[in-house]
Design a protein around this ligand. Structure first.
Ligand code: UD1
Length: 354
């Protein structure tokens, strides 16, 4: 049986890592990897393949950046060719990026079976490009691999329950394994930030937070006024927009840094006193690594992180100064994101439903 994974952006490489490993454990499974080229900077792409031991992609579409329409359209145009060449039994689409939606649409148009990994997540925020991509991909897919019970409920409400399978969260697989591997590694922080003293780890890249200069200035201003150093791991989108609008990423408590590779990121989250972010994946990684998070968004898809205050939503920045460093909640957590074996279940599900 042949599975074609289609990935293109950083969070998808993290999910591909455990899937590639699980697929390699089945001698009767051929796993083909297609990289759309949505993320092309080495720090957003190559280092993830290297650190997570992912085989080099079989095909690279080289699409790069662009408006949503141009980027998605370019991927679609190239996908036909690779689907014809490889003739997979399954296309596996990951998460919620433009690469996800392009893979989904290309596969179903060629009558190739489509599975969606991390299916059923909803922000219910129709402004988010990721929300459009999730909805389209879920409704097109033959098999919906859901990470949580809440995701299965969302799919059921949309009439998709019969195609849904709860497998757990594959990011949990790789996060927990990496945690154990890096526990004794040094923490990589910019010079001047002492990892032994409290610091906050931050990322901001969502269009709703970066594209309006006044909004971005307010977020950066709140971080500059923080009581402890805030290490801002700057996504290229953030750097480009801050430069365009003349906003300084290195004033006050704010210290800008390049994005971290995955193992160093896990290590830095573990060492930090708090995380401030608008990333979906980072909210959940911080939760799994026992680090309180403040999310600069009106909602989260990973609602389980909100229980007992592990994660606090602060879109208006009214609480940030008080909560970005806070004690870890005392209450015990269950395992809402699974047991660390979701990727094995995903591959088995594709075999079972081939
Ligand atoms: C994409 C995903 C988002 C995910 C994020 C993780 C969509 C709609 N969004 O957002 O869900 O959380 O990836 O990082 O697919 N750029 C570079 N180098 C790169 C990639 C991007 O400089 O390697 C710059 C370009 O200026 C580009 C901008 O970043 O225009 C935005 O990149 P894009 O891929 O469109 O979306 P992300 O913001 O990365």
């Amino acid at each position: 049986m042949k599975i074609m994974s289609v990935v293109g952006a950083r969070p998808q490489f993290v999910k591909l890592g455990p899937i590639a490993r699980a697929a390699a454990n089945h001698s009767d499974v051929e796993h083909v990897i297609v990289h759309t080229g949505q993320h092309y900077d080495p720090l957003l792409s190559d280092v993830f393949f290297r650190d997570l031991g992912i085989p080099t992609p079989d095909d690279h579409l080289g699409v790069g950046s662009g408006t949503h329409g141009r980027q998605t359209g370019a991927m679609l145009a190239h996908m036909d060719e690779v689907l014809e060449k490889h003739q997979p039994d399954w296309v596996l689409a990951y998460g919620d990026t433009n690469s996800t939606a392009a893979a989904a649409l290309a596969a179903v148009k060629m009558h190739i079976k489509l599975a969606h990994l991390e299916s059923g997540l909803r922000s219910f925020n129709r402004r988010m490009p990721e929300e459009h991509n999730r909805i389209v991909t879920d409704h097109l897919s033959d098999l919906l691999l859901a990470p949580t019970d809440v995701a299965v409920q969302n799919l059921t409400i949309e009439g998709l329950g019969e195609r849904a399978l709860m497998i757990g969260d594959v990011m949990t697989d790789v996060c927990l394994a990496t945690r154990d591997a890096v526990a004794d590694d040094p923490v990589q922080l910019p010079s001047g930030v002492d990892p032994a003293q409290p610091f906050v780890l931050a990322t901001i890249h969502r269009a709703d937070n970066t594209d309006d200069p006044a909004r971005l200035a307010a977020i950066l201003g709140a971080m500059k006024a923080a009581p402890v150093p805030v290490v801002l791991l700057a996504h290229p989108r953030l750097v480009a927009l801050a430069t365009k609008h003349g906003l300084n990423l290195g004033e006050g408590s704010l210290v800008a840094s390049e994005p971290l590779a995955y193992p160093q990121m896990v290590r830095a989250i573990m060492a930090s006193a708090g995380v401030v972010t608008d990333s979906g994946g980072l909210q959940k990684e911080a939760f799994l690594l026992d680090t309180p998070t403040t999310t600069i968004r009106t909602e989260t898809e990973w609602v389980e992180t909100l229980e007992n205050g592990w994660n606090i939503l602060d879109p208006e920045l009214t609480q940030l100064a008080d909560v970005m460093v806070r004690p870890i909640p005392g209450a015990q957590r269950g395992e809402p994101y699974g047991d660390g074996h979701a990727s094995e279940r995903a591959v088995q599900a594709l075999i079972d439903h081939a």
